[in-house]
Design a protein around this ligand. Sequence first.
Ligand code: GTP
Length: 598
Amino acid sequence: TDTSLIRNFSIIAHIDHGKSTLSDRLIQLCGNVSSREMKEQILDSMDIERERGITIKAQTVRLDYKHSDGKTYQLNLMDTPGHVDFAYEVSRSLAACEGAILVVDASQGVEAQTLANVYQALDNDLEILPVLNKVDLPAADVDRVKSQIEDVIGLDASEAVGVSAKTGLNVEAVLAAIVERLPAPKEGDPSKPLKAMLVDSWYDAYLGVIVLVRIIDGKLKRGQKVKMMSTNATYQIERVGIFRPKQEMLTELGPGEIGFFTAAIKEVADTRVGDTITDEKNTTVQALPGFKPAQPVVFCGLFPVDAADFEDLRDAMGRLRLNDASFSFEAESSAALGFGFRCGFLGLLHLEIITERLEREFNLDLITTAPSVIYHLHMTDGSVVDLHNPADMPDTVKIDHIEEPWIEATILVPDDYLGAVLKLCQDRRGRQKQLTYVGTRAMLQYELPLNEVVFDFYDRLKSVSRGYASFDYQIKGYEQNDLVKLSILVNDEPVDALSMIVHRTRAESRGRAMCEKLKELIRPHLFKIPIQAAIGGKVIARETISALRKDVIAKCYGGDISRKRKLLDKQKAGKKKMREFGKVEIPQEAFIAALKMD
Ligand code: GTP
């Protein structure tokens, strides 16, 4: 295909502003899917995605659009996920496009996520086409949102297209604008050696690993032998195709085009996103700059409630990992929880999605331990150790200092809730960088330690702002702080799964809150149970669960006081023994409670 007839674009939007609805409309208008098939939202294919209304896996659909100039254009629409945890997937989809449609809900206006995505698109030199959606709503205020886009983002919004993705109103104008206002791919040379960018890959039960590519130069053909430049691994192309959104097989892809191939690749892990694919023999091409792999930033332990489910859990996690290289896990064991896994995630939503899928799709009952970030331990011998699990913290005398990750957060919130949001950020050790206004909403720039955000920051933010605040962040870097390991001891035994790293100034209040919570959650036993929070050997908070008292003197009537005393003494001795050897049952809720602390 002539590259001047190709348009590669993504749709970027804040969650719920209508990206999926608009995508479906565009697909439908180009005649790709019958309206019967329209019943299902096409791009959001996974169950949980659909329920939560978010899109996880980026995919691309090719549309044929006949423009009023009489020519038929090839439009490649790349779907991008909307949540902060998946910002990495957004950035790599953007790298394969020349343009982006920015969907803004005309009744809501610009949100934090919109800003983050637009800045990413601008960083990738994309042309941005603003589209105001939901103009059918009485609360839609097109002029206000247009000037917001101009003031806040600095984009010319005078020609922004107003549409209703729901009713279909004016959606055709979006297709025309894509052709007229977004650039075609830079002209590639079909006769040059193959140079293609690996955009994404995933595992398909029927076809195996599917690799999504953007061709820069040359051609990718069925039967061709190709080489991945980062690993030097070679493969023979089995199938070449595109999605419409159903798979359609082709014989080749040329410059500017986006499509997929399969090549008997065994695992998604054998493909590197951002890698350059070239012809096996003709390898003169210069590799593309590539991407840094998505690194897990939040870690937690996952343990089966029933120890017999351990192998099933391992299998289930292996299956999920086939399609999600950013999810990592390795076996660990805990004195309190038995055998389980230490898992790494891109963020809290990613953690929730994975645990929910394990429970729902694989029918597993799980205990999730408190999430942790990666700390850098600078040891006295000069080495630096990454700590993923607070339980593994070495002896403090060997540690010189500890660094923790910090984020830069952008929060948009209506004026009425500003005070509550400022307090929340302050309570989480935040540093205010900037406060400006977007219409009647405050735009806050804050620096926060990630470990204060992984607890329940997002939930708290939503609750103190009645759901009106929007939030986005990126990792800023590591900073040294006065951090300590807080251990929780139940019946004098440290419970490894409850230990956490906290700032020294927060240790006491968090320790006390933990002890109080555990006191409520652990049922009384026949012996007294001390619950303590400690830093090193020093106890900083303590609660005691009194013993259930078996009534040993009930049968002694009357006055034989010495016999009574003897029985009571005997009971005491028995209790002491139990306390030493007794095992306290800690309920699952206790571990979950550790997740939600304030
Ligand atoms: P994520 O996949 O979570 O990023 O959301 P999204 O941006 O894809 O939003 P989606 O298309 O799922 O739409 C969110 C909600 O807005 C749905 O309930 C839609 O029915 C509704 N919606 C989308 N477009 C319009 C519109 O033009 N008018 C009205 N009134 N509602 C719309």
